[in-house]
Design a protein around this ligand. Sequence first.
Ligand code: FE2
Ligand code: FE2
Length: 132
Amino acid sequence: MTWEKKYRLGILWQDFQHEQLINHIETMANAKEKGMEKIEFYETMHFLERYIKEHFALEAQYMKQHNYPKMLEHLKEHKIFIDDYRQFKSNCIYEDAKSPKELMMKLSKWVMKHIMKIDKELADFLIEKKTI
Ligand SMILES: [Fe+2]
Ligand SMILES: [Fe+2]
């Protein structure tokens, strides 16, 4: 679940944000073992949601700006993820020892799959368009 070089797509802002995302998901997955306080736990959950939304918004901005042909498909994936995250969030309870870990495992799987396919296609497109 940790960040690896293979997730680097060649776009600086995108790679930086993906690394941050994965690191925060990992922190949450180990929150209980590391003795994270309740308040910090919920703050990190909120932070993660905000960060994901900002990241998706930035990708959307680049897609629009450069008339990315697969934009609709990409945005649809983001929307599904946001909806899922909201639902997961309401089921993710600090007192429950298992749920945060299960949730974060699910999220990280989705994020990594998304980075390696959908985001990679976007990154290749942006690199080819010489947007960076
Ligand atoms: Fe992304
Ligand atoms: Fe994306």
